[in-house]
Design a protein around this ligand. Structure first.
Ligand SMILES: NC(=O)c1ccc[n+]([C@@H]2O[C@H](COP(=O)([O-])OP(=O)(O)OC[C@H]3O[C@@H](n4cnc5c(N)ncnc54)[C@H](O)[C@@H]3O)[C@@H](O)[C@H]2O)c1
Length: 251
């Protein structure tokens, strides 16, 4: 794809590692001004430093998607630095309780997973959308998961949170459809990141054997799709969840 025009500001929340980090690198290499936000401040700053060392434009900031004032502060700092935010990529996510059926999962564990993976979508909308409405343009993309479409056993909090996120994106896409703002999601199957290292081997095997391509995806493949979804070229799609599953989900 072609590059972003000068000054195209993209905030990557969760950009300190994994998919978010790869997306930040990829978007910066295509000319966007990147604000890397992560609850791990040093990881965000390391990512921004690496981008600058490669000749790109980036700042790194601390920010926690579960805490609205922290999101607000990061967005304000991004606008103060770049003048404007055109797009936001939300890759902040947690796995929540793993390897246990629903009756062994506490309500507290369930709700704390939802706060990061689902409620953050509302926090981000509340804090960012007034700015995007003011400019009559914006792109928001959230990382959902195939677990939200199909439901992975023994990952009830994760599956429910990602299903909720897909529903939120459908609603928000319609809410802002006439404003120049699009809200979409991406639902990957298994992608090679440290996220995967935390999974029991049988869970990884379960997920890979369901992928017709017979392999896990790469962060570069996710970053390439993110770059399209946050670009001006992706102008007639909103409320949609893009597939990235090696043929597993064909709907
Ligand atoms: N890796 C996969 O196989 C896979 C598959 C489907 C969906 N996803 C989704 O993609 C997203 C990124 O996954 P990843 O594999 O890159 O994970 P990762 O753990 O490598 O990176 C996630 C980043 O989010 C940050 N983060 C976590 N909670 C945060 C919070 N409250 N506020 C701000 N930052 C926070 C972490 O510090 C980390 O830097 C997640 O939403 C995940 O659910 C991943």
């Amino acid at each position: 794809m072609t590059g972003f025009r000068d000054g195209y500001g993209i905030v990557v929340i969760g950009g300190g590692a994994g998919i978010g980090q790869a997306a930040a690198d990829h978007l910066a290499a295509r000319g966007a001004s990147i604000t890397v936000v992560d609850r791990d401040e040093s990881a965000a700053q390391r990512c921004a430093e690496r981008i600058r060392a490669a000749g790109g434009k980036a700042i790194g900031l601390v920010g926690d998607v579960t805490h609205a004032p922290s999101v607000r502060a990061a967005l304000d700092a991004s606008i103060a630095w770049n003048g404007r935010i055109h797009a936001l990529v939300n890759t902040a996510g947690v796995q929540g309780p793993l390897g246990r059926p629903s009756h062994e999962v506490s309500v507290e564990e369930f709700e704390s997973t939802l706060r990061v993976n689902l409620t953050a979508g509302l926090v981000i909308a509340r804090e960012l959308i007034p700015h995007l409405l003011h400019h009559g343009y914006g792109r928001i993309v959230h990382l959902a998961s195939i677990a939200g479409k199909e439901g992975n056993p023994n990952m009830v909090a994760y599956s429910a949170s990602k299903a909720g996120l897909i529903g939120m994106v459908k609603a928000q896409g319609k809410e802002y459809a006439g404003t120049g703002i699009t809200v979409n999601a991406i639902a990957p199957a298994v992608i090679r990141t440290r996220f995967l290292d935390g999974q029991p081997a049988e869970v990884v095997d379960y997920m890979v054997q369901k992928i017709p391509m017979g392999r896990v995806g790469t962060v570069e493949e996710v970053a390439a799709l993110i770059a399209f979804v946050v670009s001006e070229s992706c102008s007639f799609t909103t409320g949609f969840t893009f597939d990235l599953s090696g043929g597993r989900a064909t709907y």
